[in-house]
Design a protein around this ligand. Structure first.
Ligand code: MG
Ligand code: MG
Length: 259
């Protein structure tokens, strides 16, 4: 069952998504060698609660924290811990917020200290893949057009696309129908209509597409332990052009001032 949102509901999802965006930016200020992901998690939770929201992931199916923190070969769903981050690491952070009964969901992969050029390239292409997917998320297209756009951009740059984890509808629930795969065929799948709110979230690997799950029941790693990147926006399907409800602007501003 797909729930198409009213403009009022879209406005509330946007508010939650912008709180996610600003939470990312608060965390981005602190990302450097030596900081721990538990410290980042604490800052994120406080910031969300100070702004009238509730962490969207904490307690979701038993997930213990506010942020999913996934360094290097971890793809998604890593649990914050007290190990200091080292220079050269990439760190995928996924954050969700519930506010006024509606969720927002956005992920970004950060560089910690000095990162190798081939890994920087992976981040750049993954982020571009997300925007290729968003360009395809217009009324009249189909879900497969989004996946095709993401997959095509990632693979033509020599990377692979995780199959087992996908984007999703967003609304009063964190994960709603339809599934939004990062691979697919043009013209296939659910038809996109105005008011459909979805999270598009490419998980792109430098090596093989296969993944493994750790014994903690959460953490997903690449099967060959090569790096993986993850960028995600919550968007609403519109005629002609999707509207991005989350934002990387606050993050980019912080990162620009750090360098
Ligand atoms: Mg997410
Ligand atoms: Mg998501």
């Amino acid at each position: 069952m797909i729930y198409y949102k009213t403009e009022e509901e879209i406005e509330l999802i946007k508010e939650s998504s912008l709180l996610v965006a600003k939470t990312h930016a608060e965390v981005a200020k602190l990302i450097q060698p030596g900081v721990t992901t538990l410290e980042l998690d604490k800052v994120a939770e406080e910031f969300i609660r100070d702004h009238g929201g509730v962490p969207g992931f904490k307690g979701y199916s038993g997930f213990p924290n506010t942020l999913c923190v996934s360094p290097n070969e971890e793809v998604v769903h890593g649990i914050p811990n007290s190990t200091p981050l080292e220079s050269g690491t990439i760190l995928s952070l996924d954050c969700g917020v519930k506010k006024n009964g509606f969720f927002g969901d956005s992920a970004f992969t950060y560089e910690v200290g000095e990162v190798a050029q081939d890994v920087k390239d992976l981040l750049k292409v993954t982020r571009e893949s997300l925007y290729k997917g968003i360009e395809a998320a217009v009324a009249g297209n189909r879900i497969g057009d989004i996946g095709y756009a993401v997959q095509n951009h990632a693979e033509r740059n020599g990377y692979t696309v995780v199959r087992e984890l996908v984007g999703h509808g967003v609304g009063a629930n964190l994960h709603e129908s339809p599934e939004v795969p990062n691979y697919g065929k043009r013209g296939r799948g659910v038809k996109l209509q105005e008011g459909l709110v979805i999270a598009i979230e490419p998980m792109i690997n430098m090596g093989v597409k296969e993944i493994i799950q750790l014994n903690d029941g959460w953490t997903i790693k690449t099967a060959d332990l090569k790096p993986s990147a993850h960028f995600e926006h919550t968007v609403v399907v519109r005629k002609g052009k999707a509207e991005i409800l989350s934002s990387f602007e606050f993050i980019d501003e912080v990162l620009k001032n750090k360098n």
